[in-house]
Design a protein around this ligand. Structure first.
Ligand code: ZN
Length: 256
């Protein structure tokens, strides 16, 4: 039987000759690097803090980030958390850096932000067995290409010398984005949205991490689900804590 000719032949030739296949692979990588360089020329990186060109995060903004104090008082110990902490309010430089990580594809910002979380947890002397990042809705993660909380969590887990567990907590339900919902609507939206791998969490002390604490609906639902499946304790941690008109008045009872 005759094989179709043309592109198929060259592909088959590549399959048959490892040297050619390697050359094609290298050419593909070079082409990608060339495209990246071209895009960088047309749209140079800008610092997420000060908009300086040619870097996503400059040393001066790092110094300013280091100078932002952690909140003097963290949350009261209350159910479902053994303790709850955030590294600062959701405004200024901290917010800018997080938004760049989240929406501008600036994955490199996970480094400085993850390190900030590590300094906070080290100071609080929390002892946990492993880190659980709050999962993104699968369609949101596909769209973005990554989970920003997981990226920060990788840096944090490495600093704390604990593992990061991807197989402990899954998001299932068709929850919609929490933006613009009241506290009550957020609670309804995330109830039963998470599934826990009981074998993974039983008897363990967990460090549950999310990017922003708004009403606490998501973080609380995750913690309750983990405890219901046998986790011994859950320490909640977020990069920032938002105080917005949406939850003002209805209160964030857990924060002092
Ligand atoms: Zn800067």
């Amino acid at each position: 039987m005759n094989q179709p000719r043309g592109i198929y032949d060259s592909e088959r030739a590549c399959l048959q000759h490892p040297v050619r296949r390697e050359r094609t692979r290298l050419f593909g990588r070079q082409l990608r690097q060339l495209l990246d360089a071209g895009l960088e020329l047309l749209f140079p990186s800008r610092c997420a803090g000060c908009q300086r060109v040619d870097t996503v995060w400059c040393p001066e903004c790092q110094d300013l980030l280091d100078a932002i104090p952690f909140p003097a008082r963290q949350a009261r110990a209350h159910s479902p958390f053994t303790a709850l902490a955030c590294s600062g309010d959701h405004n200024g430089l901290l917010r800018q850096a997080l938004l760049a990580l989240k929406y501008e594809n600036a994955a490199q910002l996970a480094g400085p932000l993850g390190n900030r979380l590590a300094s906070l947890v080290t100071g609080l002397q929390w002892k946990t067995d492993f880190l659980v990042p709050v999962p993104l809705h699968p369609s949101r993660e596909r769209e973005r290409g990554y989970n920003q909380t997981r990226l920060m969590g990788q840096v944090l887990a490495q600093k704390l010398c604990i593992p990061l567990a991807d197989d402990a907590l899954y998001r299932t339900g068709n929850t919609r984005a929490q933006v613009g919902l009241t506290r009550r609507q957020r609670l309804e939206n995330v109830s039963n949205a998470f599934v826990v791998n009981a074998k993974r969490v039983q008897g363990c002390d967990l460090l549950l991490v999310d990017d922003v604490y708004t009403t606490g609906a998501t973080l609380g639902e995750c913690a309750r689900a983990l405890l219901a499946k046998g986790a011994r304790s859950v320490f909640g941690l977020t990069l920032t804590r938002a105080v917005s008109p949406a939850n003002h008045g209805e209160g964030n009872p857990e924060w002092m």
